[in-house]
Design a protein around this ligand. Structure first.
Ligand code: CIR
Length: 256
């Protein structure tokens, strides 16, 4: 959770056509831009360099850069998103990573699909949730690549009806995970300390620990209070517009 860099991409006007499981209304671009600016300011407040990429109108979901790559200290891996409308976003991200990393590998198998939102990197392992977007072939291909860099992948499951593994969890520090009860019940976090989101506040699970702060979506007071009581330095960021597209804090950046 110590990072010197983040990459973000400005939301495009086409965001109105972004993917969503349930239609709860069209996201408002101006409000999303304001939330995005607050998010970037919070990342920068820790001293990190934030690379801000321009909007890509051809890809309505391209603000959710996390899904296009996995960034590790040793190198970056370009994903193959399982959402057909998002495949091209990974190719757009590859040259940006090549400019910042000496080692960039790619998920290439025609049958391999994997999105960054399904990947939780802890201090000791990389958990990857199988989901509607991430399949066994994609996970196996990632495991082979990162093994060369000394990392171990553990395949886990994203709960049914949940978009990504990290929709329901996030890393708070070296040994602590914030997770929904439904995900923790699967047993995938044995050996970690787990803090649960408050009942009814499952949408608070997707936070990011970024250097000394934790960015969390605004509007989840009981989970916020639990995290404050546990000693975390929180920044609440408006997420109403990204939430309409099933997006949260982690989706909005690549961190390394
Ligand atoms: C999608 O369905 O792909 C986007 N509307 C949301 C992606 C959120 N990304 C993430 O959780 N990493």
């Amino acid at each position: 959770f110590r990072f010197s860099h983040a990459i973000t991409r400005a939301p495009a006007a086409s965001i109105a056509r972004g993917l969503r499981a349930v239609d709860t209304g069209t996201p408002d671009l101006a409000r999303m831009q304001a939330h995005h600016a607050d998010y970037i300011a919070a990342l920068r407040s820790t001293g990190a360099t934030v690379v801000e990429l321009g909007p890509l109108d051809a890809y309505p979901d391209s603000v959710f850069v996390e899904d296009t790559a996995l960034c590790l200290p040793e190198g970056a891996v370009v994903m193959r998103p399982g959402a057909p409308s998002r495949l091209g976003e990974a190719a757009e991200m590859a040259p940006q990573l090549e400019a910042l990393y000496s080692r960039v590998r790619r998920i290439e198998g025609a049958a391999s699909f994997i999105e960054g939102g399904d990947i939780l990197t802890t201090e000791t392992e990389i958990l990857v949730g199988r989901s509607a977007r991430t399949n066994a072939e994609g996970i196996a291909e990632l495991a082979r690549i990162v093994a060369d860099w000394g990392h171990t992948v553990r395949e886990v499951h994203t709960p049914p009806g949940v978009l990504h593994f990290k929709t329901d969890c996030s890393l708070l520090d070296g040994e602590t995970i914030l997770a929904t009860e439904r995900l923790d019940a699967s047993g995938c976090f044995k050996g970690y300390r787990v803090i649960h989101t408050a009942p009814g506040e499952e949408a608070a699970a997707n936070t990011i620990r970024f250097n000394d702060i934790v960015l969390m979506p605004a509007g989840f007071p009981r989970t916020r209070d639990a995290l404050v009581a546990a000693g975390y330095d929180l920044r609440e960021i408006g997420n109403s517009e990204c939430a309409k597209l099933d997006g949260g804090m982690s989706c909005l950046s690549l961190r390394f």
